[in-house]
Design a protein around this ligand. Structure first.
Ligand SMILES: [Zn+2]
Length: 274
C-alpha cells in the first residue's frame, strides 16, 4: 500500500514559452543586403537573383527559416571596442554567415565588401582616422609578417584614448588568407591573433579543425580579450540561440525554450548598463 500523494504539479513545458516577436533587420544586415543586391545586379543585369534554398520562407529580420526566427532575442550592446567586417562577396547571401550575429549585437559594427581591385573608400577613410586603433585579426602562423604581430594588452598601453577596432576578414579560410595577402591598405596594421582554448561549436560548416572558430566565435574571444565581458556573454548566448535554431530547423521541430533564450530575454527586461 502506498500512501496517497497529491499528483505532482507538472513542470511547465518549455516549448510553450512565448517567443519574442521578430524585429526589423539591423543596420548591419541592411548594409549586407544592399551590397548583395548591388553585386547581383552587376553580375546578372537581367535576372533576379535566386539564392540557394530560397524556396524556404525566411524571416526578414534574421534570415532564419521563418518558424525558427531568432531576431526577437537580438540584444544590442554598447562597447568601446568596434568591429569592422571585411566581407567576401560570397558571404553576402549566405544565411549561415555568423558575422551578422556580431553586427546584430554590436550596433557600432561596420561592414564593407572586400573587392580585390576596388577597396571600399569608406574603409580607406576610416583607416586614416586617428580616433581608431585598428587591428587585423589573423593567425600568426607565417614567418613573413611576424614583425606585425602584437599582444592586445601591450598594444593598448598608452593608446587607451583611441577606440580599439577589430578588422575581421570574413570568408572561408582560403578567402580570408587571400584577403590578408591582397589588401595592401591593411599591410601597415598590427596583426592580432586570436588565441582561444575554446573549440568551435559551429556545426553549419565543416571546419578544418576544432580550433578553427567561426566569425562569431572569434568575436566572442576578442570581446573577452578586450574586457567587454557583458557583450561577450550576449554574443555567446545569441550565437547559441542561432545554433539551436538551425538544429531545430534541420529536424523540423520547434526549438524548445533554452537557457540562452531565457538569459537573453532577461537582459531585455532588465537591461544592464556597462
Ligand atoms: Zn527573425
Amino acid at each position: 500500500m502506498h500512501p496517497t500523494q497529491p499528483d505532482p504539479v507538472p513542470a511547465p513545458t518549455p516549448e510553450f514559452k512565448q517567443r519574442p516577436a521578430a524585429k526589423p533587420p539591423s543596420e548591419f544586415e541592411r548594409t549586407v543586403r544592399q551590397m548583395a543586391a548591388m553585386t547581383d545586379a552587376a553580375a546578372h543585369p537581367r535576372k533576379p537573383f535566386q539564392a540557394r534554398g530560397s524556396f524556404i520562407k525566411r524571416c526578414d529580420g534574421c534570415r532564419m527559416p521563418r518558424d525558427f526566427c531568432i531576431c526577437g532575442f537580438r540584444t544590442p550592446v554598447t562597447t568601446q571596442a568596434e568591429f569592422w567586417v571585411l566581407m567576401h562577396r560570397e558571404e553576402l547571401n549566405k544565411p549561415t554567415n555568423t558575422a551578422r550575429l556580431i553586427g546584430d549585437t554590436l550596433p557600432s559594427s561596420r561592414v564593407f565588401m572586400w573587392q580585390r581591385n576596388a577597396p571600399s573608400e569608406a574603409l580607406l577613410a576610416l583607416l586614416q582616422d586617428e580616433r581608431y586603433q585598428p587591428f587585423v585579426i589573423f593567425p600568426d602562423d607565417q614567418p613573413d609578417y611576424q614583425h606585425r604581430v602584437v599582444a592586445y594588452d601591450q598594444a593598448r598601453e598608452a593608446q587607451t584614448a583611441r577606440i580599439p577596432v577589430f578588422i575581421l576578414l570574413d570568408g572561408t579560410w582560403r578567402q580570408a588568407r587571400r584577403m590578408f595577402r591582397k589588401s595592401p591598405y591593411l599591410d601597415h596594421l598590427p596583426v592580432l591573433p586570436v588565441r582561444s582554448s575554446r573549440k568551435t561549436l559551429y556545426r553549419l560548416r565543416k571546419p578544418a579543425s576544432e580550433a578553427h572558430l567561426c566569425t562569431a566565435e572569434v568575436g566572442i574571444a576578442l570581446l573577452e580579450m578586450a574586457g567587454e565581458t557583458r557583450a561577450a556573454q550576449v554574443l555567446q548566448h545569441y550565437f547559441q540561440v542561432f545554433n539551436e535554431g538551425y538544429a531545430a530547423a534541420r529536424k523540423q521541430t520547434p526549438a524548445s525554450w533554452s537557457e540562452s533564450m531565457q538569459w537573453l530575454s532577461e537582459q531585455a527586461s532588465h537591461p544592464v548598463d556597462d
